[in-house]
Design a protein around this ligand. Structure first.
Ligand code: NAP
Ligand code: SF4
Length: 687
């Protein structure tokens, strides 16, 4: 059968080895690496992705020595006794017919410990530890440690290694003037600053011989001031190939860059043009891999078909669905559980020192623990509420063999996902709705929409158990004048049901307050967003036109940056909270800064420490430091949190039925889609 993805599924001949397709699972630290005895869990995690057809897996970063660890006790591979644990992984992947390379990561000044080292003693903005400048001997020792680590990886059965040279880690710190102020043979002129990268690749190749993959992840767009120029990128790529690399992978943006590179508001495949310009330059002949926000087989196929790269790297999309490739291969792309690029259960967990998982796939990184076994006795189960928790519960229970009916008063499934999908940059929730709808069909869940469940009807239908997943309702605070005609809830606004004025105050600056602010500030029509790569690059100051094209490579700013263009704001907006301190403090660690920055760019007034006095025809009356003020707005939108919506559980229990309450219906505090989907899946497994 002809495939719609001929480029994606084409084998890639590396000389000594042929990869079965063009999908590289990008390196991603998941937190299992450091859990005691967790190499079995890690093996199961990788084996699932190998079984799912990934061409080449790259592990999360493993440090070549202690100084290079991301944090104390982070995984290293520096001695023979560590080899056996890695064998578990490579054996498990090979047993599934997969290929796996180990990433060697030296974090340099990004390390979260006092032994951090760097080219120069310059602290990074994202670590509290000031690094020590490596001595010349220290640099030589580091090169040896990379080579030793690669040799040990080969002994452990890996098919290759990836040398992490981008994202602002140690090697990248040597390359950029931004962080390398040395005056010895490792600093100063560009050929000195790239010497560490080149010598590491050469030493690794010498150690492992020819029949072993050596990937170099090269920062093609630093997105920091005083980063590399395009001419320097080309010079480095040439030298890396000559030093013996088999593949060059694309790195976009240092971790400290203030340009979003992978979050959901980044358009899909937004950065593959960078890899294409390297390819078009003709300076390298080895395969190049492109990366960032590629999350569907269609997007990946398009990227490869137009020649942007030889392979695509996807990391989070394979957390979301280990069977991504197998589904694309077998005509089941409509069943792919698509990564929505939220970072909420993967990167944000890692930054909180928690094991990663996935918002849309709670099984990720818990392959041996959250197993859904077939039901011992199939039962008739009603799930009331077709939001994320209800969808998740219904699918898991039905897949285990239960006879499940999903009931919702709304005319469509999805609950609050239908609101989230209308927020600019959150269009990916459409994929989640598509995925669950398809899964419901396949699991043969009976779906009854447009009908409110009642105690009498549930009893009369004789269900063995009822899952209450009726979610939340907006909380309306007791502000005098809350019934004034200018007041709307976030549901009124995001559902597009109510007209909103040109001057708006938003009461509450949690995740939903920010969402509403972005929705109202955006000039485009809700639900019809087509994130545009050129507009995104202009807004965030990325040199799309000049980078890789400029005849004068030193023109403009280094690192691919240029002056950002302020986006237009559709309204005059105030985003308010009572608590002191910065707004959005509870937003995700990896995305909160983006939301704050996006609103600042749109001129949204953000105010904390507010006391709400009353709402009347003049607008919203507030006090700041006990000084009264009137915000003369024509609309006040309430985003002040939520309350559980659960009128059915007690009467059903009183009627003698087995009842389980999940998601927001059980506890509205800090409810988000991650908790809702995970709790739904958990009850689905237990029924
Ligand atoms: P939330 O994060 O709890 O925020 C509620 C906001 O309302 C706070 O700013 C709070 O600030 C204010 N508030 C609470 N009680 C109030 C009262 N009585 N009067 C006036 N203001 C009051 O809740 P949410 O925004 O509804 O979000 C719900 C969940 O969804 C959260 O877990 C959130 O993280 C998640 N979510 C996440 C995202 C994301 O992008 N990651 C997006 C949407 C939602 P003060 O008390 O300081 O005034
Ligand atoms: Fe993607 Fe969000 Fe899952 Fe991370 S948590 S893999 S970003 S869907």
């Amino acid at each position: 059968m002809p495939t719609p993805y001929p480029h994606l599924l084409a084998p890639l001949d590396l000389g000594h080895m042929t990869l079965k397709n063009r999908v590289l699972m990008g390196s991603m630290h998941v937190g299992l690496e450091e859990e005691g005895g967790a190499f079995e869990k890690l093996s199961a995690y990788f084996a699932a992705r190998a079984r799912g057809g990934v061409g080449l897996i790259v592990t999360g970063g493993i440090a070549p020595n202690r100084a290079g660890q991301a944090k104390p006790f982070a995984a290293t591979l520096s001695s023979k006794r560590e080899v056996r644990r890695h064998r578990n992984i490579t054996d498990a992947v090979h047993a599934e017919g997969g290929r796996i390379a180990m990433q060697i990561l030296h974090t340099g000044r990004y390390a979260y410990h006092p032994f951090a080292v760097a080219p120069s003693r310059i602290q990074s903005p994202i670590s509290p530890f000031k690094p020590w400048a490596l001595s010349g001997r220290g640099v030589r020792g580091t090169i040896d440690d990379f080579a030793r680590c690669a040799g040990l990886a080969q002994q452990a059965g890996y098919d290759g290694v990836e040398v992490m040279g981008s994202e602002g880690y140690l090697i990248n710190q040597f390359i950029a003037r931004h962080t390398n102020h040395r005056t010895d043979e490792w600093g100063g002129a560009y050929e000195n600053r790239i010497r560490l990268a080149v010598e590491i690749v050469r030493a690794v190749r010498d150690r492992v011989g020819t029949d072993f993959i050596v990937i170099f992840r090269l920062s093609m767009l630093d997105l920091v001031p005083d980063g590399s120029t395009w001419a320097e990128v080309l010079q480095l790529a040439t030298a890396i190939e000559q030093a013996g690399a088999s593949i060059i992978n694309t790195g976009i943006g240092w971790h400290e860059a203030r340009v979003p590179t992978i979050a959901t508001m980044v358009p899909r495949a937004a950065f593959t043009w960078v890899t294409r310009r390297l390819r078009e330059s003709g300076v390298v002949s080895i395969p190049v891999v492109t990366s960032n926000r590629i999350n569907s087989p269609e997007i990946a196929e398009g990227v490869l078909a137009r020649g942007d790269a030889d392979m695509v790297s996807m990391a989070r999309p394979l957390l979301a669905d280990p069977d991504f490739v197998a589904k694309a291969m077998t005509g089941r792309a409509d069943q792919i559980n698509t990564c929505i690029a939220c970072n909420q259960a993967c990167l944000d967990h890692i930054f909180q020192n928690r094991r990663a998982s996935c918002l849309v796939n709670p099984l990720a990184c818990h392959e041996t623990e959250r197993v859904a076994l077939p039901a011992a006795t199939p039962r008739r189960i009603a799930v009331v509420g077709a939001g994320p928790s209800g969808l998740s519960a219904a699918c898991v229970a039905a897949e285990r063999g239960h006879q499940v009916t999903l009931i919702d008063a709304a005319p469509t499934v999805g609950g609050q996902l239908n609101l989230a999908r209308r927020v600019p940059g959150k269009e990916e929730f459409d994929e989640t709705l598509r995925y669950f709808s398809r899964r419901l069909e396949r699991a043969q869940v009976t779906v009854k929409l447009g009908q409110a469940a009642t105690v009498d009807a549930l009893q009369a239908d004789g269900y063995d158990a009822v899952v209450i997943a009726t979610g939340v309702r907006p909380r309306m605070p007791r502000i005098p004048g809350i019934d004034h005609g200018s007041v709307l809830s976030y549901v009124d606004v995001l559902s597009g049901q109510a007209p909103v004025g040109a001057r708006v105050a938003i009461v509450g600056a949690g995740g939903i307050g920010f969402d509403v602010a972005e929705y109202l500030a955006d000039a485009r029509t809700a639900g019809q967003h087509h994130p545009d790569i050129a507009a995104f690059m202009a807004e965030w100051g990325v040199d799309l036109d000049g980078w890789g094209r400029d005849s004068d490579p030193d023109a403009g700013l280094r690192g691919g940056l240029r002056e950002a263009k302020a986006p237009t704001n559709a309204r005059d907006l105030w985003l308010l909270q009572r608590s002191p301190g910065k707004l959005g403090a509870g937003l995700g660690k990896t995305t909160g800064w983006i939301h704050r920055s996006a609103l600042r760019k749109r001129g949204v007034h953000m105010q904390s420490g507010v006391r709400y006095e009353r709402i009347d025809d003049d607008g919203l009356h507030i006090s700041l430091d006990d000084k009264p003020q009137v915000l003369s707005v024509d609309t006040v939108v309430i985003c002040a949190g939520q309350q559980s919506h659960n009128d059915l559980a007690d009467p059903l229990r009183a009627a003698g039925m087995e009842v389980h309450v999940v998601g927001g219906a059980a506890d509205a505090t800090q409810l988000d889609a991650k908790r809702a989907i995970a709790e739904g899946a958990e009850i689905g497994r237990k029924l």
